[in-house]
Ligand binder design. Structure first.
Ligand code: F6R
Length: 364
């Protein structure tokens, strides 16, 4: 049932504040100002290295989590797409934590990678949305997302719920590693609890984003740029757009532009820049200006401060609420998803069932 929405994808984008809140409820103890994980029969504090494996959008959630595990807990993270991990004979020290992220819990490559990691004596943690799935059954530590069934082929609400779980896991790991004071943990709990309201604010820009879809729909190629944890969001934006609108799109680390892709820039290639204000803002904006100097048409996604500082000269801007860096990916996922959705609707493609794609990829 699509409710009032034309497509499951739109319904699922709109469900995000509710399902993220639902997911966070099982990972936050608001009264104690603490994050909480299910019981586990291994020592989390003893984890010295994390290997993350996933595919597609779930892989991008993993890339964002890598920033969090490394900055908050100072635990080194190795990350791969599942189809590569399996065949590169990765070096896995016994007792390492292998973390698998999957909406369906049945993706063939991810499941095979899990079994490989098990054979290599890794502790198996899984973030999955389907609690009865193969991955859920084979895990030592099951970290469920509570997104509810996701019907649209393009993953939306499962992604933001994965981020919520991964943020809680990062904070928990940081605490047991002695890297998070009770005050810092309380602050994280506070900001995570604010995420659903901030996501509602992001959703309120829907009509504006719909109105700018015609600026993107005629393009043959679109670039997405971001830095730091916003770089995986650029990758996710490009994936969303290409899979449902069939427009060729690439995500790039903003600083990599001048190492090649800037050669593509002309006024027919829209560039979506994801740049919340913060320590990396100036750097990303200078990459954005290099694009503009070559006639590139930019859509800037930032907060009021960022747009005031750098919005002039952009083809369009999308204003997000100013939020703590930890919840930026949860909030900025919304305009990225809405933009892909409205461009696809403008082009008349089959949003919920894109050609050549299956919801769950159970073959290698
Ligand atoms: C993109 C998308 C896919 C999946 C990927 C992994 O919108 O939906 O890229 O993210 O096939 O699927 P799961 O998470 O079920 O393992």
């Amino acid at each position: 049932d699509k409710g009032n929405h034309r497509h499951f994808m739109a319904k699922e984008i709109y469900e995000q504040p509710v399902v993220v809140a639902q997911t966070l409820r099982s990972y936050l103890r608001r009264m104690e100002n603490q994050v909480a994980l299910p019981d586990m029969d291994f020592d989390l504090a003893g984890v010295r290295r994390i290997t993350i494996v996933a595919c597609g959008t779930s892989y991008y959630a993993g890339l964002i989590a890598k920033y969090w595990f490394e900055t908050f807990a100072r635990v080194p993270v190795d990350i791969d797409v599942a189809s590569e991990f399996r065949y590169r004979d990765p070096v896995l020290e016994p007792g390492g934590l292998a973390l698998f992220i999957s909406q369906s819990g049945e993706t063939a490559d991810t499941l095979a990678a899990l079994r490989h990691a098990r054979a290599e004596r890794q502790i198996i943690a899984v973030v999955v949305n389907v609690p009865t799935s193969s991955m859920a059954r084979e895990a030592d530590l099951l970290l469920p997302t509570h997104a509810g069934p996701e019907i649209g082929v393009a993953s939306t609400k499962a992604f933001t719920c994965q981020l919520a779980v991964l943020a809680a896991l990062a904070a928990n790991l940081a605490r047991v590693k002695g890297r998070l004071s009770p005050e810092e943990e309380a602050e994280i709990v506070y900001h995570l609890s604010e995420a659903p309201a901030a996501m509602n604010d992001a959703l309120s820009h829907d009509e504006e984003i719909e109105a700018m879809a015609h600026l993107i729909a005629p393009a043959r190629d679109v670039l997405y740029l971001g830095r730091g944890q916003d770089y995986p969001m650029a990758l996710e934006g490009a994936l969303k757009l290409k899979e449902i609108s069939y427009i060729h799109a690439e995500g790039y680390a903003a600083g990599e532009m001048k190492h090649g892709p800037i050669a593509l820039i002309d006024d027919a290639v829209p560039v979506i820049v994801i740049a919340p204000s913060g320590p990396l803002f100036e750097k990303t904006v200078s990459n954005m200006q290099e694009v503009q100097a070559r006639g590139g048409k930019v859509v800037l996604i930032s907060d009021a401060e960022g747009i005031a500082a750098a919005g002039d000269g952009c083809m369009a801007t999308i204003e997000m609420p100013r939020v703590h860096p930890l919840i930026v990916p949860l909030v900025y996922a919304v305009p990225v998803q809405l933009l892909a959705y409205h461009v696809a609707v403008a082009k008349g493609t089959d949003v919920d069932q894109p050609r050549n794609l299956a919801k769950s990829v159970t073959v290698e």
